[in-house]
Design a protein around this ligand. Structure first.
Ligand code: SF4
Length: 249
């Protein structure tokens, strides 16, 4: 059964949550005019946000990280977004020399060897390009939801990141059913891997399908302890990791 068939449900309060999300996006776009970007992972939540940004003609740039390790189905969403909405997607890639140096030193399966090497890989392929994406910007929009995992239980609609930027999480109170209800009713393009029991999709070597009853993010870095399961994009050590990678490059 497809992800829409499995998850799309209209639940009580959906219209109010949607209206509030649009308000949050409009207020952020106006407050940070010309300096706000949606950092899209191309996952289901982010496709909802891109659809809302396009549908309401909001002046919010769309940008993504191409780590060089994504599934082909994930990368294919970039041209799909551009064709569907007529929007340009900014694509940020890791520094080629850093990738060559890292793979030469540690191999292409380093992420499985230790948490430090996994975090170094995320730092090089995600955090450093993210820092470039956010440079000169005053706000970023993410698809974080409180329900995604225990680590994300406190997600606020608007917060301030370690670098003083506004971090806008317009779907903070949405459920997984809400996300898929919106996708189904608005015919939003989405990653076909979601139809293969992958609710949270990252790089190919670090994503697997989940089984019935498993946590939403159980398919990400599944070989690690639960507490380590963030790539650094949404944790406090972001700046430290960027500095570390910058020093290595
Ligand atoms: S998710 Fe995996 S492959 Fe992607 S940057 Fe992090 S460790 Fe590297």
């Amino acid at each position: 059964m497809s992800a829409i068939g499995l998850y799309a449900r209209k639940t009580e309060g959906f219209e109010a949550r949607l209206a509030h999300t649009i308000q949050v996006l409009q207020a952020a776009a106006s407050e940070h005019l010309g300096r706000i970007v949606q950092s899209t992972s191309l996952g289901a939540e982010d496709m909802v946000l891109t659809d809302l940004i396009a549908r309401h003609h909001l002046p919010i740039a769309i940008a993504t990280l191409e780590t060089g390790m994504l599934h082909a189905q994930t990368s294919a969403l970039v041209p799909r977004i551009e064709e569907r909405y007529g929007l340009k997607v900014e694509v940020y890639k890791p520094v080629a020399e850093s990738v060559v140096h890292f793979v030469k030193a540690h191999g292409d399966k380093a992420m499985y060897e230790s948490i430090d090497l996994r975090k170094a890989c995320c730092g090089m392929r995600k955090l450093e390009p993210l820092a470039r994406m956010l440079a000169g910007r005053g706000a970023w929009v993410t698809g974080l939801r409180r329900e995604q995992s225990n680590n994300r239980g406190e997600v606020a609609f608007t917060e301030t990141d370690d670098n003083g930027r506004a971090k806008i999480n317009p779907l903070a109170d949405w459920s997984w059913n809400d996300v898929w209800h919106y996708i189904a009713t608005n015919d939003v393009p989405y990653n076909p891997l979601h139809d293969e029991f992958m609710p949270s999709i990252g790089c190919a070597p670090c994503t697997r399908a989940i089984a019935v009853g498993e946590d939403f993010r159980a398919g990400r870095w599944w070989w690690e302890d639960e507490r380590a399961k963030e790539c650094g994009l949404h944790v406090q050590e972001e700046q430290a990791a960027v500095s570390m990678i910058g020093a290595q490059a």
